[in-house]
Design a protein around this ligand. Structure first.
Ligand code: SAH
Ligand code: SF4
Ligand code: F3S
Length: 372
């Protein structure tokens, strides 16, 4: 009987992509995906965790805690905690959970191979990204860079995912080509701050032309189609680094979806500065203007974070006004959550929980009114 694995994934698309990679290692060691319904009888369970907000971390760790009983019944079961919580400074998973066997940070898929080596023979073929049978839940992802160098003052990602590392264009094209051969119709290029892709995001998108041709059919799509049949989209853009060159490439290339994920975070310049975002509202407006000039039907989504330390009622209102003005297609809304180790967590003017929650509620109603 082949051994079975189960991977539980929390967090963003980056984690989804990492789970595919972890699955690739497991499959090259002969393990088969047992899926959520059979996880109780898996030989190895990996929990891929997120810690961007406290709630996300709590939910993931509660799941880890819930596996204790299974381990007791089946002491042979391997339980691994992966992803962002596993790399969080000050969080000692092995100490906290006696039933966990293995801890892997977000960049440590290869460590899984080392761990499994004494237990099982590996297939001789080297691990090839995206070759395995495991499919993430959110579609086909291609991680083109890892880590983040931005250090937005509220954000824990740079501490858990480390410094930015970009994969060479050739390597990315190879993965894209392989996915197309396997029938992928659409894929999402991933980076925490994808506009700072070292080899140029516009260059990479242009270099995908032959791959798009091989996939075929999309060339008949109208130039500014938002039909969803394009080959690629990309996430997440940093407004500071959203260059004209990138916007122009998206506008020109028929196989690139006219979709932008451009997190504004706040509509107030002072808060943006305290967040260390590196742009002001006017700069952001300029980026939107450029996008809409070239692609009037572009789909623009954003992230908004309310309740940053010291945010006044007036500053919060500025965010509501900016949302009204810019007219996003989609707004992802978050209540500030203090993350230990980040500069914002050290600020003395943390807002009461109730104020933060109230603002999130107001924001949600505001956005619903606008799209209704
Ligand atoms: N690299 C991406 C995604 C980062 S995490 C980016 O820069 O946009 C996704 C979203 O989570 C962020 O855009 C932000 O709005 C939110 N977020 C990050 N840290 C947070 C925190 N400490 N509390 C609440 N929301 C947070
Ligand atoms: Fe976090 Fe900012 Fe990096 Fe996004 S760009 S992952 S919000 S530090
Ligand atoms: Fe993603 Fe959560 Fe990590 S948002 S980068 S899985 S902290």
């Amino acid at each position: 009987m082949p051994r079975k694995y189960f991977i539980k994934t929390y967090g963003c698309q980056m984690n989804e992509a990492d789970s595919v990679r972890l699955a690739g290692v497991l499959e090259s060691a002969g393990y088969q995906n047992i899926g959520g319904s059979g996880y109780q009888s898996a030989d190895i369970v990996l929990v891929n965790t997120c810690c961007v907000r406290r709630h996300a971390e709590d939910v993931a760790l509660q799941y880890v805690a819930s596996l204790k009983g299974l381990k007791k019944k089946n002491p042979e079961m391997i339980i691994g905690v992966c992803g962002c919580v596993a790399a969080e400074p000050g969080v000692d998973i092995l100490k906290r959970f006696q039933h966990v066997d293995l801890v892997l940070g977000p960049n440590e898929a290869e460590k899984l191979r080392e761990f499994l080596k004494p237990l099982t023979p590996f297939s001789p073929s080297p691990l090839v990204r995206g070759k395995g049978k495991y499919k993430g839940e959110g579609g086909e992802f291609v991680t083109i860079m890892r880590g983040c160098d931005n250090f937005c003052s509220y954000c824990i990602v740079p501490y858990v995912r480390g410094r930015e590392v970009s994969r060479p264009i050739d390597e990315v094209l190879e993965e894209v080509g392989r996915k197309i051969e396997q029938g992928a119709k659409r894929m999402t290029l991933l980076g925490q701050s994808i506009n700072s892709y070292k080899y140029g995001l516009a260059n990479l998108m242009r270099a995908m032309g032959p791959a798009a041709e091989r996939r075929g059919s999309q060339s008949e799509e109208p130039r500014h189609s938002v039909s969803g049949s394009e080959l690629v989209q990309f996430l997440t853009s940093h407004p500071r680094d959203m260059s004209d060159e990138i916007i122009e490439a998206v506008a020109e290339l028929p196989y690139v979806a006219k979709e932008f994920m451009l997190p504004l975070q706040s509509g107030d310049d002072e808060i943006l500065q305290k967040m260390n975002r590196g742009y002001n509202l006017d700069h952001y407006r300029g980026r939107i203007k450029k996008i809409r000039e070239l692609m009037p039907h572009a789909r623009i989504s954003t992230d908004i974070l309310v309740g940053f330390p010291g945010e006044t009622e007036e500053q919060f209102q500025n965010t509501l006004k900016a949302i009204e003005e810019i007219k996003f297609n989609e707004v992802h809304m978050f209540a500030y959550s203090s993350r230990p180790g980040t500069p914002a967590a050290q600020l003395l003017d943390q807002l009461p929980e109730k104020v933060i929650k109230d603002r999130l509620q107001q924001l949600i109603s505001h956005v619903h009114r606008l799209v209704a």
